[in-house]
Every structure is written in structure tokens, then in C-alpha cells.
Design a protein around this ligand. Structure first.
Ligand SMILES: Nc1ncnc2c1ncn2[C@@H]1O[C@H](COP(=O)(O)OP(=O)(O)OP(=O)(O)O)[C@@H](O)[C@H]1O
Ligand SMILES: [Mg+2]
Length: 428
């Protein structure tokens, strides 16, 4: 409080002096008697005072935040006169607050529930970004944003500034056909708007979350994306070994094969591996390094394999999956594995370690949390919400190519939306 008031008066003084100096320069240059223009000087002084007061009143909590949370840099210097180290404290200062705008009109319409703004802070000597990162939750608390379920990301700006990007994802929104994009997967809304993943760099995905977290809903989102990009798909295997009906609904679509029997799956994986081998040979011969089209294996509940009583079949399937995980990517043969819990009794590390893109939904299991490398308090850098408190459709998504991690909200896909899509794409 005291700091804020001192800073306010200091700003008044500095700007006051600046105005007076400019005024002196102005009358001197034009060679007029300053007394004639005193009214003008008073006018300028009052306008600047009003502007500064307005600025301080409006941004008060942002201005005093660095002081309250101890954001500063220490500048050590040796003077010739004094040999001992002298240290000066430079407090970070508030620069600006901005509203972030959507990239396009379509985004503006569909992401209207995504709230965001950013703050910029600077320092005269240097800025300690790490300090901000570690204090992310404190910042949200201090600004009263934690209860409003805002999140914050911290980015370096120029050399001596930091940008705090605040955002609140929608908790619920429905899917719309208009937001799908050719040659991309629409994966939801994140900090910066729609989250798209290019098909050109697509890799294997592992998706984990407890029952009811929204995995199947996300699986339908992926499937609809693939249907929308059918020109890039050779074949989609939809595998559900727990007797579910969710994937069966896709059965009548061209290029889709529904698999519900584990022995059938085992045989089918042989076909996929044969295909993989032939593709690799062809690629070697023609010198092509990556294929544009995909064969997809989508598993709802991979855990169903590990509980199957016949050990031989289990091992056979896992060995084949490990091969596909290791070699399939460049041949366009991709795995999408969904599971409630992933540890090495459920899915061998030879499979897990070769799946680079990961999606973590609501869970209390540390095994699950580990699959997305959230060690060393990294979770706190991504979200202020504990993973066990995630709402339905909320996820941390790790891009296997860049290793970037983002908090994402998936759209809700209603039964009626899904059935209209399915009947549109079903064989006539
Ligand atoms: N993105 C979302 N937005 C809002 N509600 C959702 C979202 N995703 C899922 N839900 C709701 O949560 C319920 C459970 O979702 P879903 O069936 O996808 O969970 P799951 O993780 O597949 O569970 P299980 O492991 O038991 O199969 C759904 O009935 C749906 O109503
Ligand atoms: Mg499910």
C-alpha cells in the first residue's frame, strides 16, 4: 500500500518535471514570454495528473503486485570508493494490460467462452522469469483469479520483460462442424484459441484418465476428425475388447473395421505388420521418407488386453503393438491407445516408451500422471488445478513432436451430433 502511494507520487513528480521541461523548451524555441502561456502549462500539468491518477486507480493491484510478491532483481556493483559489494534492488514495474484477440472471426464466434488477457512487467536491469514461474499460483491468488478458475502462463518478452498470459478455458462447449480443418486434427480449445494438430506430423497417442473423465468423448472427437480427413486414411481399426458398443456404431463406414474379439485382433495385427513391412520396403526402394496416408488403430480401453486369461495371446498382442509403436510412425501406421490406468502391468514399457504424444485427463493415479512427465512440480506451470479435480473433457496434452504441454478443454459431442455424422459417412 505504502509502496503504491510512494510510486504514485513519484510518477506524478517525474511526469510533472517532464511536462515543465518540455514547456520550457517550447517557449524557448518559439521565443515567447512564458507568462503568456502559463495557463497552457497548468492545463498540461492537470491533464497529466488526471491521466496518472486514472492509470493508478485502474491498474492498482497490478502495479503493487511485484512489490507484494517480491518480484525484483538485485544488482551488485563494486564502487571504487567502497570496496565491499553494494547491492541495489530494482523492483519489477507494471507496463501494460492487454486483451488478447482471437485469430479469426470463426474463432471469435466459437471460442467466446475463452477469457484471456495479459500483463507485462519489466525491470531496468534484468527479469527473473523463474521467480514468476514458481509463483504462478501466488499470482493467481493475489489477483483474485484462482476462484474464477483462471490459469496463467509465463513467457519471456524482449530481454528485460515478462508476459503473464491469463486465461480461463470454457468448462463446457458443444462441437460444431465449422471448426474442423482439412489436414488437421481439431483437439479442443487451449490458451490461445483452437488447438489444431497437423496431420503431417501426427504420431502415436496414449490417452489416460479415470472412468468418466471423458476419454470416449475425446475418442469420438478424434474419429470425427479422421472422417473429415478421409482422403488421408487408408484404414481405421476400431478396437473394443470390453464388449462396448460405442465403436460398433462406426462399423458401416467405408474403410472402418470394428474389432471386438481378441483372437481376431491378434490375427489382424499380423496383417498390419505385413503391411508395415511392405510399406517399409517400398519406401526404401522409392526413397520416400514419410507417407501421407494413415492406417489407424484405435483402442478403447487397452487395459482389456492385460486382463485376458490366455498369456500367449496377451504377449503376442503386446509384442506386435511394440513393433508398431517403434516402427509404425514413418509408415503412417498409428496407435491411439485409451486406458483408465497405465502402468507396466497393464501396458509394457516397450509400447509406452515409443508413444510420444500423451493426453492426461482427470485421474488420482500417480502412474498416470507420470506418463506425461509432470515431475518436479511441472504441473503447477501448466495449471493451478490438481489433475484429480479436472472437470470432464479437461486434459493436459503433450505434443510428441515438440514436447510442448498445454491445458485443453475438449468439446462435448452429443449423441445426436455423433449419429448424424455417422449416418452421413455410412455406406449408402
Ligand atoms: N468434453 C466434455 N464436455 C462435457 N461433458 C463431457 C465431455 N466429455 C465427456 N463428458 C461427459 O462425461 C461422461 C463420461 O464421458 P466418457 O464416457 O467419455 O468417459 P470415459 O473416460 O470414456 O469413461 P470410461 O473409462 O468409463 O469409459 C459422458 O457421458 C459425457 O456426458
Ligand atoms: Mg470410455
Amino acid at each position: 500500500m505504502i509502496y503504491g502511494i510512494i510510486s504514485y507520487f513519484r510518477s506524478l513528480l517525474i511526469v510533472g518535471f517532464l511536462v515543465i521541461f518540455s514547456f520550457i523548451g517550447y517557449v524557448y524555441l518559439l521565443g515567447i514570454d512564458y507568462k503568456m502561456k502559463l495557463d497552457f502549462l497548468y492545463f498540461l500539468l492537470s491533464v497529466s495528473a488526471v491521466l496518472i491518477t486514472y492509470f493508478y486507480a485502474r491498474y492498482w493491484k497490478y502495479i503493487v503486485m511485484p512489490y507484494s510478491l517480491n518480484f525484483h532483481s538485485i544488482f551488485s556493483h563494486n564502487t571504487l570508493i567502497e570496496t565491499r559489494n553494494k547491492r541495489t534492488l530494482f523492483l519489477d514495474y507494471f507496463v501494460s494490460k492487454e486483451k488478447m484477440k482471437p485469430k479469426s472471426v470463426i474463432e471469435q464466434i466459437y471460442t467466446k467462452d475463452l477469457k484471456r488477457f495479459s500483463l507485462e512487467y519489466s525491470n531496468f536491469t534484468s527479469i527473473d522469469i523463474e521467480n514468476y514461474r514458481q509463483s504462478a499460483e501466488k499470482i493467481l491468488h493475489y489477483l483474485g483469479l484462482i476462484d474464477k478458475r483462471f490459469e496463467v502462463s509465463i513467457y519471456p518478452q524482449k530481454s528485460k520483460s515478462v508476459q503473464l498470459s491469463f486465461y480461463k478455458l470454457p468448462e463446457f462447449y458443444e462441437i460444431e462442424m465449422g471448426i474442423f480443418k482439412k489436414d488437421h486434427l481439431l483437439l479442443g480449445i487451449y490458451e490461445k484459441g483452437f488447438y489444431y494438430r497437423s496431420l503431417d506430423t501426427l504420431d502415436h497417442h496414449l490417452i489416460v484418465g479415470e472412468s468418466g473423465s471423458g476419454k470416449s468423448n475425446f475418442m469420438h472427437l478424434l474419429n470425427i476428425n479422421f472422417l473429415f480427413n478421409m482422403h488421408r486414411i487408408n484404414k481405421m481399426y476400431m478396437i473394443d475388447l470390453k464388449g462396448g458398443v460405442e465403436l460398433k456404431a462406426y462399423e458401416n463406414i467405408d474403410k472402418v473395421e470394428f474389432v471386438s474379439d481378441i483372437e481376431r485382433l491378434d490375427a489382424l495385427l499380423d496383417d498390419v505388420l505385413l503391411d508395415l513391412k511392405q510399406t517399409q520396403e517400398l519406401m526404401l526402394k522409392t526413397g520416400v521418407r514419410k507417407l501421407n496416408n494413415f492406417t489407424l488403430l484405435i483402442f478403447d480401453e487397452i487395459g482389456a488386453v492385460s486382463v485376458y486369461p490366455d498369456k500367449k495371446i496377451r504377449e503376442s498382442i503386446f509384442n506386435k503393438l511394440a513393433l508398431i509403436a517403434m516402427q509404425g510412425r514413418s509408415s503412417g501406421i498409428l496407435l491411439f491407445l485409451f486406458g483408465q490406468k497405465i502402468d507396466n502391468t497393464i501396458l509394457p514399457t516397450s509400447v509406452v516408451n515409443n508413444i510420444q504424444s500423451r493426453v492426461l485427463m482427470k485421474t488420482t493415479s500417480d502412474y498416470n500422471i507420470n506418463i506425461i512427465d509432470l515431475k518436479d512440480n511441472i504441473r503447477e506451470r501448466i495449471t493451478a488445478t490438481e489433475i484429480q479435480d479436472f472437470n470432464k473433457g479437461r486434459a493436459i496434452l503433450k505434443d510428441g513432436l515438440t514436447s510442448d504441454k498445454h491445458l485443453v478443454q475438449f468439446p462435448f459431442i452429443s449423441d445426436s451430433f455423433l449419429s448424424s455424422i455417422l449416418s452421413y459417412y455410412s455406406k449408402k
